[in-house]
Design a protein around this ligand. Sequence first.
Ligand code: 4NP
Length: 159
Amino acid sequence: MIKVLFVCLGNICRSPMAEAIFRDLVQKEGLSDRIQVDSAGTGDWHIGHPPHKGTQTILTKYNISFEGIKARQVMPEDLGQFDYIIAMDSDNLGNLQKMITGEKTGRIQRLLDYVDDSKVADVPDPYYTGNFDEVYELVTNGCKRLLEVIKKENLVGKE
Ligand code: 4NP
């Protein structure tokens, strides 16, 4: 099983949106038995909460399920258990890198590092900007590119 973890600050806006969008892409490609998806936040304020209303609204608009998605905090053990750890912005990336204990860790990168021609490196935080449409576009594009990379690295020629 290939394990993918999306990480943001609160785990209620960006990373649950990424989890839902990526899970939808994986399902549509018939890869749910090969790729497992989760999300978490570096902060602990929203543990147990469902996605933010803005994230719920945009996912509903695009007919993407967020069923079962609830906020949790990222733990040091996650870094060893997931193969691809995907930070939404540079702050999240820095916080994750500080959690590394020196043991085996998955690859930690920002989502938009997977988008070669991206104009921005960070997914802006809609908790502060209120712009969930912009985040949806960036996250969808990033998730599509990430899935292509994961398929190339793990699945092509190994069906
Ligand atoms: P997220 O947005 O990291 O995309 O989930 C935030 C959600 C909550 C807070 C900050 C950012 N907060 O400070 O509660």
